[in-house]
Design a protein around this ligand. Structure first.
Ligand SMILES: [Zn+2]
Length: 195
């Protein structure tokens, strides 16, 4: 049967829209090593055929760095969101791990990321492996090997290929956005959750 690129590209969006109406989770668009992936963004990189392989190698780089394995993500869903932020423990964040992974494909300052490696995916996988919601582990500040592993790849913009810029370190340390302890109650979240 010949491919139907337009139809196959639209079906996930239709499915997501329908699911949003009845409150159920959208069906995954594909799976990577047991991790369900939902594509809910129009970011150009998310429409490229190399997306699944790029997600796999990006998650693998984080698992390797933090000493984790794919079994720690088994049954979880990774959602790529085109919104400015994703919900996480009652707050908004660029990414979240609460048993599922959610990441935005937009940088608040620079606009849409050109590649999945530039998102907070590596950061959120770290929370899946070690928890550490408040980023007290010194390894958060020593992530150059992850940058090296993921650098030099191609990114995609609306006009075609562009650089995929991976920034090592703590990937926009979202803990800085959390309320200070004296400012109010810290929201309750499932054990191991973090953003
Ligand atoms: Zn974090």
């Amino acid at each position: 049967m010949p491919p139907l690129p337009l139809r196959s590209a639209l079906l996930p969006l239709v499915a997501a829209a329908l699911a949003a109406c009845d409150g159920t989770a959208p069906a995954p668009d594909f799976q990577v090593r047991g991790l369900d992936v939902v594509v809910a963004t129009d970011a150009p990189f998310a429409r490229r055929p190399d997306l699944a392989a790029r997600i796999e190698s990006t998650v693998q780089a984080s698992l390797d760095y933090w000493g984790g394995g794919w079994e720690q993500l088994a049954g979880a869903t990774l959602t790529l969101s085109g919104a400015d932020a994703v919900p996480c423990a009652g707050q908004s964040s660029l990414g979240c791990w609460d048993g599922d992974l959610r990441i935005t494909t937009r940088d608040p300052g620079a606009g849409t990321f050109s590649c999945v490696e530039a998102t907070v995916l590596v950061h959120e996988v770290a929370h899946a492996v070690i928890g550490d919601r408040y980023h007290t582990d010194p390894r958060w500040m020593q992530m150059e090997p992850v940058q090296a592993a993921l650098s030099g790849r191609v990114g995609y913009g609306s006009a075609g290929e562009e650089p995929c810029v991976v920034v090592a370190g703590v990937w926009r340390h979202p803990a800085e956005r959390l309320p200070a302890p004296q400012a109010g109650p810290v929201p309750v979240e499932p054990a191991g959750a973090g953003n």
